[in-house]
Ligand binder design. Structure first.
Ligand SMILES: CC(C)(COP(=O)(O)OP(=O)(O)OC[C@H]1O[C@@H](n2cnc3c(N)ncnc32)[C@H](O)[C@@H]1OP(=O)(O)O)[C@@H](O)C(=O)NCCC(=O)NCCS
Length: 396
């Protein structure tokens, strides 16, 4: 059977809803009248059999993620589904391989996704780089945290949103993999954002400067199952972070469990009794380099590191990445130049994990993602993407 892979049209939307809702278990809901798999920044590819039936689909989201202080154009892959009778026959490979090419054509340098199952994505060159993590602890365990005297808390207003966005962006810019929350996929108004939580609280100095915020939801009930969830808790100072955390202690009588969605290396972890923490949930996410030259040029690099290493990249699904290239770093910029000896061999999974600062060359070597080279090249590659550990605070 030959399949046609093409972008969906308005005629295909009902079939896309059916395929997606069945795969992800919301098939009891009717398709909303104005539903469309495509919207600004979302591009859906479908595979059609020779009778014109939609049998597989995948969405490419035009998003950006921060690496080394620069926002990297990214293809966020979502909504991957194959008709139940046709799974295991190469349809996901067909659609995702085309998606990678199309994403590159529109300027995406890397791709990320939240897998329900990692194996098909591994076969196609993605690899796990981090987790979206919800930590749970007894709310009463927060009671030892003291609010800072110079910090007041109040509900956020629409006028606070620019400051809230900047607080988040400062964290994203200083980290790796965090989402840039602007562009066509981030078109909600300040009111819509505020209304999407039970509460958004800001921490304000005596001068009126917003130095922290927490967005939170109060779960149902007030018995032992009661829960308070902080989806985001960001303070630019210790005082802001501790005052926001202390506020959540006030929920202990009616919401005995506090859930915190925190980044991998989060200052809030230096405030709480980490021995009381358990993992409430952990959703892994994966990365893949879509266009190696563009990805290397797009991210930021350590400004004090200068040098080069010769790579030999293996990438069956994105053949434009394959072959010998020289990675050259200077003054916080990097480039991949064609040629070189190909001394260090890297697979596409290895390239993604290294690019994301998710693992050292020694780990990549043991995983079978990197070979060749020596202690010198390992040390250079290690310094180039030494950290911080990649982290995300958004699901997609
Ligand atoms: C996951 C899913 C999209 C995979 O689609 P598919 O068409 O069956 O995948 P393919 O046949 O193209 O497989 C691609 C590769 O992954 C491998 N693979 C696929 N599913 C696998 C699995 N569950 N375990 C291990 N390997 C798997 C295949 O062997 C193949 O490898 P190869 O091409 O190197 O031989 C499909 O099973 C599905 O729709 N599942 C339900 C919805 C879902 O989970 N979607 C994913 C959301 S993130």
């Amino acid at each position: 059977m030959r399949y046609e892979v093409r972008p969906l049209t308005s005629q295909d939307q009902a079939a896309a809803w059916k395929l997606g809702s069945l795969a992800f278990g919301y098939h009891d809901r009717p398709m909303p009248e104005d539903w469309n798999s495509d919207s600004p920044g979302r591009y859906t590819l479908g595979a059609f059999d020779d009778s014109g039936r939609l049998v597989a689909k995948a969405v490419d989201r035009a998003q950006q993620q921060w690496f080394g202080g620069r926002a990297v154009p990214t293809s966020g892959v979502a909504g991957v589904a194959v008709a139940p009778e046709l799974r295991g026959k190469g349809l996901a490979r067909l659609v995702l391989t085309r998606l990678l090419g199309d994403a590159r054509d529109r300027g995406a340098a890397i791709s990320t996704l939240f897998p329900t199952v990692p194996f098909p994505y591994r076969r196609l060159g993605w690899e796990e780089a981090g987790w979206l993590t919800y930590l749970a602890l007894p709310t009463s365990a927060l009671s030892g945290i003291r609010p800072a005297p110079g910090i007041a808390l109040r509900p956020a207003t629409e006028g606070d949103m620019p400051a809230i966005f900047e607080l988040y962006r400062d964290v994203a810019r200083a980290g790796n993999a965090l989402m840039e929350r602007s562009g066509p996929l981030w078109n909600r108004t300040a009111t819509e954002i505020l209304e999407s939580f039970d509460g958004m609280t800001v921490a304000v100095t005596t001068d009126g400067e917003v130095v922290g915020y927490a967005s939170w939801e109060r779960g149902p009930g007030y018995d032992s199952s009661g829960k308070i969830t902080a989806y985001e808790l960001i303070g630019s100072t210790h005082d802001a972070t501790s005052t926001l955390l202390a506020m959540f202690a006030g929920w202990a009588s009616v919401a005995p469990t506090a859930v915190l969605r925190l980044s991998t290396s989060d200052p809030a972890l230096y405030e709480v009794a980490t021995s009381s923490i358990r993992i409430e949930s952990q959703q892994p996410w994966m990365i893949r380099v879509v266009d190696a030259a563009a990805a290397i040029a797009a991210r930021g690099w350590p400004s004090h590191l200068k040098g080069s290493v010769d790579l030999d990249l293996a990438d069956v699904e994105c053949p434009w990445n394959e072959g010998r290239v020289r990675l050259v770093l200077d003054s916080g910029q990097a480039a991949l130049e064609p040629g070189g000896s190909g001394e260090v061999r890297m697979t596409s999974r290895g390239l993604g994990v290294w690019y994301a600062s998710a693992a050292s060359p020694a780990v990549l070597r043991r995983a079978g993602f990197l070979s060749g080279g020596d202690a010198e090249t390992d040390s250079f590659l290690m310094a180039a993407t030494a950290g911080p550990a990649p982290t995300l605070l958004d699901y997609f």
